[in-house]
Design a protein around this ligand. Structure first.
Ligand code: UDX
Length: 445
């Protein structure tokens, strides 16, 4: 089929390239000229394993092109996928829908024949209904222009795999023609056994935020348990393993650490709470405020632990000066296999330590560039070992594989004091301790 993808960020670029891979002809719409030029040249403007190769291949074959023209998109596409961002509002907790509204208002006046617009962006419940009314009003094709909501669940770092082999396909539709068209479009995935849930707009919108709210809750649950473990000399890794064997609970997303970040989980739970308030059901969602609080407290707690490891605990329980100390930070991205630093716990901790007077040297295998733009006052090293030169403390904050391959012997003569803190619970603490290091981690003895 001939499809368009409106908005070429993580979601849109991956969807465009993956759908070209499945044999469709794709036109990507991107309004940022610099991004568009890179994409048209077959280059991905961010780091995502496997995506560059896919994009380059389909740009070279001509199956995937990029444009900025809504008129061209309307003339080209049988289905238009809406993949623009819905960030947190600059002055509030709700979602900023300017890009979604802008895309519909840009596209609709050109839709003069029967066609299908498919929303994939994460939006507050109620948005799809409103957009379908706008489409009917603004599109010359009127009621022949259909809308469906088809949320996307891709994870950064696994974006291509998640798009080509999704866990499920959710279709929010009001017209059986939309369902038929999308079942045909996703035919190969459905034939391969991917479950399909066909539902209404509101449920489809809620599925996405409910999934992210549940994942965030799981992470904050285990992080709250980690705090209890620390107070009782218990071990959160053993606890997570033990409860994770219960298939009703499951072990995934029970990794205690410095908490969740990124462009989705934090802003989605805040937008959900905000929307619940508008709908008069805020009380039902109050727990998500606690999920957010626990998550942000993890960052604060790491700063306090770092402070205590360097200066010893203060009588007042915090705020010891870190002036004169040097701290190595391993990781800047919000998670490994990504260069995304949006709401990154690692950078947030690094920034707070810097503000308290420490010299903070950050190393990340992929995210140094994006981190430098966001936090230019920190120092950036070219390798994990270089970041540790003269360090009083090493903080492991994003669990890139290469950090696990570094042992105490690699750092013994590099650091000033042999101290390491594992904020992601995947280093071998016993090995570091056996080598004479002070090693601590979240929720562990
Ligand atoms: C998330 C959802 O997983 C995905 O389905 C949705 O489409 C977009 O949001 P993503 O933001 O790419 O994807 O990252 P994810 O893998 O969910 O991790 C989110 C954050 O939680 C990261 O900061 C990660 O480090 C943290 N995390 C994850 C933990 O702290 N502990 C865990 O056990 C798992």
């Amino acid at each position: 089929m001939r499809i368009t993808v409106i908005g070429c960020g993580y979601l849109g670029t991956t969807h465009a390239a993956a759908m070209a891979e499945l044999g469709h002809e794709v036109l990507g719409l991107e309004k940022d000229p610099a991004k568009r030029a890179l994409l048209a040249d077959g280059r991905v403007p961010f780091y995502e394993p496997g995506l560059g190769e896919l994009l380059a291949r389909h740009v070279a074959s001509g199956q995937l092109r990029f444009s900025e023209s809504y008129a061209e998109a309307a003339a080209f596409g049988e289905i238009h996928f809406l993949c623009v961002g819905t960030p947190q509002q600059a002055a509030g907790l709700g979602a900023d829908l300017a890009q979604v509204d802008g895309a519909i208002e840009g596209l609709a006046p050109h839709l003069d024949r029967p066609t299908l617009v498919v929303g994939k962006s994460t939006v507050p419940v109620g948005t799809a209904q409103r957009l379908s009314e706008t489409l009917t009003e603004l599109a010359p094709g009127g009621a022949e222009v259909l809308l469906a909501w088809n949320p996307e669940f891709l994870r950064e770092g696994y974006a291509v795999e998640d798009t080509v082999h999704p866990d499920r396909i959710v279709l929010g539709v009001t017209d059986p023609r939309a369902e038929t068209l999308l079942r045909g479009f996703y035919g190969p995935m459905i034939d391969a056994g991917t479950p399909v849930v066909v539902t209404d707009y509101a449920t489809a919108e809620l599925v996405k935020v409910a999934a992210n709210a549940f994942l965030a809750t799981k992470i904050s649950f285990i992080n709250a348990m980690a705090e209890v473990c620390e107070a009782t000399d218990a071990d959160v890794l053993d606890l997570a393993d033990a409860i994770g064997y219960d298939v009703r609970i499951g072990r995934r997303f029970l990794n205690a650490g410095i908490g969740f970040g990124g462009g989705c989980l934090p802003k989605d739970i805040r937008a959900f709470v905000h929307r619940a308030g508008e709908l008069g059901v805020e009380d039902a969602m109050t727990f998500l405020r606690h999920v957010d609080d626990v998550n942000l407290r993890m960052r604060e707690r790491v700063v306090q632990v770092a402070q205590a490891m360097i200066a010893g605990p203060t009588a007042a329980g915090g705020e010891a000066s870190l002036v004169g100390s040097r701290i190595a930070v391993w990781g800047a991205a919000f998670k490994p296999d990504s260069d995304d630093v949006r709401d990154s716990p690692a950078l947030s901790v690094a920034g707070q330590l810097h503000l308290r007077g420490a010299e903070v040297v950050v190393y990340d295998p992929q995210a140094s560039g994006t981190a430098q733009s966001a936090f230019p006052t920190l120092t950036y090293a070219d390798s994990a070992v270089e970041a540790c030169h003269g360090a009083d403390l090493v903080l492991h904050l994003t669990e890139w594989r290469e950090f696990r391959e570094i042992g105490p012997a690699d750092l013994d003569v590099v650091v000033r004091r042999r101290q390491i803190f594992d904020g992601r619970n995947c280093l071998d603490l016993d090995a570091w301790r056996a080598a004479g290091w002070t090693a601590r981690a979240v929720g562990r003895r």
